[in-house]
Design a protein around this ligand. Structure first.
Ligand code: PLP
Length: 220
């Protein structure tokens, strides 16, 4: 039996401690509780503990889990943290409040059109493939400039921030600091980086959003 609420409060405490250690305001770090693979029974205690920002990596899974929960807890803020196929863009725009994985012009174009059609503004982060890993989604750092110009200029999209998933094998600091430098360069205020294993490190490197799953919900 998991005591997920206790694990959740522990993560909150750890975030507060990491903020104190690096002289950051705890309000400057948003915890995104990653509930992928877990059902409503696991999510409810965390909602009741006060958490409102959640992350899911699959549109279809989120579409079965969240609409009824969102009716009960109307201030839920749902983040898509997994790859988005353009044929799911309509569903994603209707369901999510933030898409962290914008990574290509075609997707940007379709999201812009869907947001206009549904009269809904979704917060957007661009995923950056900081390790240039061939199997990983995300814009390469050297392509960020032209992609941002396209999104902001051609499509009139507001981009809020950057997101990365560093390579598993390497220490993450270099990637976190690299992402922070890119955000600064392009005047983007939000940085989604850090997971269960390294969110405290990410906070030290400037993360404004940490995506924590297993430390709250347990192993998947
Ligand atoms: C699953 C996932 C997480 C959470 O990972 P944990 O190690 O369980 O905290 C964070 N970000 C992304 C993109 C994920 O897919």
């Amino acid at each position: 039996m998991h005591n997920r609420a206790a694990q959740y409060f522990q993560v909150r405490d750890n975030i507060a401690a990491a903020c104190a250690k690096t002289h950051r305001d705890v309000a400057s770090v948003e915890l995104v509780a990653v509930s992928k693979t877990f059902g409503q029974d696991a999510v409810l205690p965390i909602l009741k503990a006060g958490q409102r920002v959640f992350g899911e990596n699959r549109v279809q899974e989120a579409a079965t889990k969240w609409p009824s929960l969102k009716q009960q807890f109307q201030d839920v803020n749902l983040h898509l943290i997994g790859p988005l196929q353009t044929n799911k863009a309509q569903l994603a725009v209707g369901l999510f409040d933030c898409i962290e994985t914008l990574d290509r012009p075609k997707l940007a174009r379709i999201l812009a059109a869907e947001m206009a059609k549904q009269s809904r503004i979704i917060e957007l982060f661009i995923q950056v493939n900081t390790g240039a890993e061939p199997q990983k989604a995300g814009v390469l750092p050297e392509d960020l400039d032209s992609f941002l110009t396209y999104c902001r200029g051609e499509l009139g999209l507001k981009i809020s921030g950057l997101m990365c998933i560093p390579p598993r094998s390497a220490p993450p600091e270099k990637h976190f600091l690299g992402l922070a430098a890119l955000a600064k360069q392009y005047d983007l205020s939000k940085l989604s980086m850090g997971m269960s294993a390294d969110y405290e490190t990410a906070i030290a490197c400037g993360a404004t959003h940490v995506r924590v799953g297993s430390a709250i919900f347990g192993d998947r």
